[in-house]
Design a binder for this molecule. Sequence first.
Ligand SMILES: C=CC1=C(C)c2cc3[nH]c(cc4nc(cc5[nH]c(cc1n2)c(C)c5CCC(=O)O)C(CCC(=O)O)=C4C)c(C)c3C=C
Ligand code: FE2
Ligand code: FE2
Length: 361
Amino acid sequence: MLDANPTANPTNNSTGTRPAEAPADHPRIRAGKVGILLANLGTPDNHDYWSMRRYLNEFLSDKRVIDYSAWLWQPLLQLVILTKRPFTSGAAYRSIWNEEAGESPLMTITKDQTRALRDSLTETYGDAVMVDFCMRYGNPSTQSKVREMVEAGCTKILFFPLYPQYAGATSATANDQFFRALMEETWQPTARIVDPYFDTPAYIDALAQSIERAYGAMENRPDILVCSYHGVPIRYLMEGDPYHCQCQKTTRLLKERLGWADTEITTTFQSKFGPEEWLQPYTVEEVARLAREESKKKIAVCAPAFSADCIETLEEINEEIRESFEHAGGEDFTYIPCLNDDPAHIAALAGIIRANLGGWL
Ligand SMILES: C=CC1=C(C)c2cc3[nH]c(cc4nc(cc5[nH]c(cc1n2)c(C)c5CCC(=O)O)C(CCC(=O)O)=C4C)c(C)c3C=C
Ligand SMILES: [Fe+2]
Ligand SMILES: [Fe+2]
């Protein structure tokens, strides 16, 4: 009989036990730890052509992101898009790269968030929990991190995609990859997935506090706050993806929490890719339209769909979209950073994790 009680056995170690009466080569019985695996989108290992091409190829070959038939899409992707975009996107990454750490800001911030959550959760649960992160595309891969957790004795894994709003192109594909990783495991850990959290009061509160802080530091109050969300094709909404509704609701909850009028805040969508119509209004056009209005010369922009600053916020919003606003006659543009490792954000995420661990610890 196998002895699954790790504390009752002299051969106990941090990753598991071996029954006292079992032969020396008997597989270890796992320690019964709980793994908490944070997941974000992923980022290139470097900004050179081949690193960019590898990353974009994996990302843009994902059917959850671009759902065209592979027969039509792959020749276009391989022969046209992946010959040009690695150069343009590589240059954009170079402009925001964390040279000191040799990695992209998304990677640095995800590591910071993981450290802060590990500190918070091990304070409560000790070494009964293991906290780490993985990426959907590139490194560290979801599969490698699931493997590490299982090896370290995790019999349960809570998987947490760090996207406040659900989208097939983000949350669902992260979950798909997690389930693919579980398929590889002989002794599969029990798994839970954290829900989207756009309407969790602590998340809305953390967002509101970051905006109040930014507004408090400005000499003149902005005329309007633009909440710019990453876009998706409008067709995805028509096919049932709730992302658009969850973005609209995020802005509404934020407005209510701030106690603002409808005219002080608006929702837009950025990062359009390809010829299809995407969710609108497009941020880049909307900020130019606002700049042409006499009463909207001063704006602030925040990005509530991103749990961490990345190329889409630091380069696209703070460089391209700022330029569009200023070029159209706008006078004052403030980018309000993502929540990153802000203590209120970490406390909100830790609260969500604790609620999802119910009955496990
Ligand atoms: C082509 C289709 C794309 C869809 C649909 C899409 C949805 C989507 N993406 C995010 C979050 C992020 N996207 C990031 C980068 C990025 N996104 C696309 C394309 C689509 N995204 C591309 C091609 C890229 C790479 C950069 C570029 O070449 O423009 C990132 C940043 C990664 C980083 O390293 O900094 C994030 C985060 C969301 C939330 C979303 C839909 C809800
Ligand atoms: Fe994207
Ligand atoms: Fe972009």
